[in-house]
Design a protein around this ligand. Structure first.
Ligand code: SF4
Ligand code: SF4
Length: 193
C-alpha cells in the first residue's frame, strides 16, 4: 500500500490550476465577440443561384429530410423547357448535411456562411424564391466550392495552430496578427477535426 503525505494531492491540483493562469484566454464573450467560422462551413441556410439553376430538381430528390420543395411548369415562351415557380427550403427540417449542394451538377446551390439564423416563429424558417438568393447578408460558403476560399478570412480556431492569436473585434470582424510564441505549457490542444 502506498502512503502520501497529507495535502500533496491538493498541491498537485493547485499547480495545475496555477499553470492555467498564464494561458492566454481562449474564451470569447459571445455575442459581443464572434469567431470567424470555417470557410467551408455549412451554415443555417442555402444560397441559390437562379441563373445557373436548370430546374433538374436533383437537389430536392437528394434531400434526406424532404426540406426542399420545388414546383415547376412548362415555360410558355419555350415549351421544351421548364421554369421554376417555387423553390422553397424549410431550414427547420434542414440538417445542414450538404447533400443537396453536392448533388447539384450546375453549381447553382451553396451552403450559407451564416450561423445565426434562429427565429422566434416556425414559419420564419421557411425560405423561398428570392429569399434564397445571395445578398450582402446571405453569403455562400466555400463548401464544395473550394475556388471561393480565397474570398474568406482565415478561420479563427485555426490560428492557435500557427502560433498566432486572434484579435476579435466587438463588431464581429476578426483580424489576425502574429503573436509572440506562448510558453510550451500554454499551447492549447489542436481542435479535433
Ligand atoms: S440540383 Fe441545382 S440545377 Fe438542379 S434544381 Fe437543384 S439547384 Fe437547380
Ligand atoms: S443540407 Fe441536407 S437536409 Fe438541408 S436541404 Fe440540403 S440535403 Fe436537405
Amino acid at each position: 500500500m502506498k502512503f502520501e503525505r497529507y495535502g500533496v494531492g491538493l498541491v498537485k491540483g493547485l499547480l495545475v490550476t496555477f499553470k492555467h493562469l498564464f494561458r492566454h484566454p481562449i474564451t470569447t464573450q459571445y455575442p459581443e465577440q464572434r469567431l470567424v467560422p470555417s470557410r467551408r462551413t455549412r451554415g443555417n441556410e442555402l444560397v441559390w443561384n437562379n441563373v445557373k439553376c436548370v430546374v433538374c430538381t436533383t437537389c430536392a430528390k437528394t434531400c434526406p429530410q424532404g426540406a426542399i420543395n420545388m414546383e415547376t411548369e412548362v415555360d410558355p415562351a419555350n415549351p421544351g423547357k421548364r421554369i421554376i415557380t417555387r423553390f422553397e427550403v424549410d431550414t427547420g427540417y434542414c440538417i445542414s448535411c450538404g447533400l443537396c449542394v453536392e448533388s447539384c451538377l450546375y453549381n447553382a446551390l451553396h451552403m450559407g456562411y451564416a450561423y445565426e439564423r434562429a427565429q422566434y416563429r416556425r414559419q420564419d424558417l421557411i425560405q423561398s424564391n428570392d429569399g434564397l438568393l445571395a445578398s450582402e447578408t446571405r453569403k455562400a460558403s466555400a463548401f464544395m466550392h473550394t475556388d471561393m476560399e480565397k474570398d474568406f478570412p482565415e478561420q479563427t480556431l485555426l490560428i492557435d495552430r500557427n502560433k498566432k492569436k486572434a484579435v476579435i473585434k466587438p463588431s464581429g470582424d476578426a483580424n489576425i496578427e502574429p503573436a509572440a510564441a506562448p510558453p510550451p505549457e500554454s499551447t492549447p490542444a489542436a481542435p479535433a477535426s
